[in-house]
Design a protein around this ligand. Sequence first.
Ligand code: SF4
Length: 411
Amino acid sequence: MDAVAGTIPTVHEIADQPAPQCSEPASHRGPNFYPQAGLAPVSFREYYYPGVADEQWNDWKWQFRQRVKSLADLDRFFPMSAEQRLRMASVLHEFRLGIPPYYLSLIDPYEPQDPMRLQAVPSNDEFLNLEVGDEDPLSEDAFSPVPGIVHRYPDRCLLIATNSCALYCRYCTRKRIMEEGEAPPSRPQLEAMVGYIARTPAIRDVVISGGDPFTWSTARLEELLGMLRAVPHLEIIRIGTRVPVTLPQRVTPELCAMLEKYEPLWVNVHFNHPREVTREAAQACDRLLRSGIPLNNQSVLLRGVNDNLPTMRALLHALMRIKVRPYYLYHCDPVRGTQHLRTTVAAGLALIEGLRGHTSGLAVPTYVIDAPDGGGKVPVQPQYLQSYTAGRAMLRNFQGRVFEYDDPPAV
Ligand code: SF4
């Protein structure tokens, strides 16, 4: 077995990459960095939403309604030239925009390469890459026995419940389902999805995703959970959501009390950067955990966002502190308009190399590439097993030391 480690940048090369620098003076940075003529700088919220009371700001429905959704909204927060406006109009024609004020408040307005901005705000790079990539890079549609169900693993399936999200991530793999308006499926459509699961006894685990199921009302989500729980052979329900990150106000005690009734229920959250682990996001996760819901995190490896070791380590450690288990690190799929956010596989392997053994194993996610043509998730690892013949394995540890290991004869 040949080692591939020679092609991977060293940990030190990655660790030495400088963090993005802000072009503005340090005095303008921090939570209160919106300067006003002749007055003290104010916070994002005071600057753009003066007079909005805590009650309103912390109301998820208000946050959802106030999302930046149009070109005009975008221009207000990120002023554009006439040419940029034309380019962004093309981008928005292809993939919708939605950023809640809460998430906007996390973006450094002085830094065009700010990691939260790269994830949420359309850019010139997205425009230039609009024709690069696939509509459906995982061939999910080819594995869809009924609309809304993707079934490509033996004992589990995906239920695409909605095409609505709190925030539309620029790298989203399912941009294709978001071309039409934010419309929830009808009851007959949901019945058809659940009907497929009910007549397929091999399915013991379903992932409800989208879009984001937490953008639904609690009553609507409960209706779907009730339908699924009525399927006798369905053991596990999982929900994939980025709402605890992008709209944590949505994780209300009422939502948690409802979810608690449908155990065993697991929630996969989606943090990509340590600055997303805010007090609000931590409180949202805490409410879910206290309702008996295990939380696992799925990150996407994104160029300029989390593709350097200090940032990734900070993210994983922050997740551990709030009791969210790092689960997967996804290689970014080759979906249309995302080429600028994709890294090499070597960059992903180097991150894992820099984590494995250097920090707790519990904090190290499984790095996976979703194979084309519906091949499913393929775990990829640096080469720790350097050679293996009957009776002998050569192992490389995290420090690069090589060990010979006796393998017992097979019985
Ligand atoms: S929250 Fe998930 S489904 Fe929604 S845009 Fe982001 S990555 Fe796509």
